[in-house]
Structures are given as structure tokens and as C-alpha cells.
Write a protein that binds this ligand. Structure first.
Ligand code: FES
Length: 114
């Protein structure tokens, strides 16, 4: 059992780059990366469509694209492009859980909360 709504160390500031990677925090898989402006992002690593690991996806600006069908999520976890939308269909239906990644570190991170 974990205490939620508390701060935990997710990574050293220098570990979080423009290359997404996965960490397990509180038994949940989280993808970490930085925005183009340098802000830290922490989102659920599990795509809500078919549960593909988002850390294997690619960054399109600040948006992360799922490696499987290409759903795209902004740094807040909001779906910005669905498979259906890409094909001219219905709008987005889902989003991702965002982990507040305020970049609280003792000395190295100037990122803003997302
Ligand atoms: S599993 Fe991510 S878009 Fe389908």
C-alpha cells in the first residue's frame, strides 16, 4: 500500500530527456520525458486503446504518439489525435492519467508542473 497524493522521487533531473522512458512508481508504469521547453512530463505508460507501452512511442513536439496505432497525448495526458480522427472519423474519447511532474528537485530541475 502506498501513500498517494504525496511527492516521490521519480528520476534524477538529468535522466529525464527528450527520449521517453519508463519507470514503475507505486506499482504503476509511468512514461517520463521532457517537453521542448524542458519541462518534465510524467504520464501513465499504458495506452488506453490496447495497452501498448507509450515509452516505446515517439515524441512529436511535446506530444507522445503510441507506437501501436498512433494515438497522441499532450503533456497533460489529453488525447490530441485518435486513430478515428486521423481517418476522418469521430473525435477523441479517452485521455491518460497525468502524474504531477513538478520537477521538484534540490538543485537541477527548472521544469514547470504539467
Ligand atoms: S494501443 Fe495505443 S493507439 Fe492502439
Amino acid at each position: 500500500m502506498y501513500l498517494h497524493d504525496n511527492w516521490y522521487v521519480a528520476a534524477f533531473a538529468e535522466e529525464v530527456t527528450r527520449v521517453p522512458f519508463r519507470r514503475t512508481l507505486l506499482d504503476e508504469s509511468v512514461v517520463l520525458y521532457r517537453t521542448e521547453a524542458g519541462g518534465p512530463v510524467a504520464l501513465s505508460d499504458v495506452c488506453p486503446h490496447r495497452r501498448a507501452p507509450l515509452h516505446l512511442g515517439r515524441l512529436l513536439g511535446d506530444v507522445i504518439a503510441c507506437p501501436y496505432h498512433g494515438l497522441r497525448f499532450d503533456p497533460s495526458g489529453k488525447l490530441t489525435q485518435s486513430v478515428a480522427r486521423a481517418r476522418g472519423g469521430s473525435p477523441e474519447l479517452v485521455g491518460l492519467k497525468s502524474v504531477n511532474s513538478g520537477g521538484r528537485t534540490g538543485n537541477a530541475d527548472s521544469g514547470s508542473a504539467s
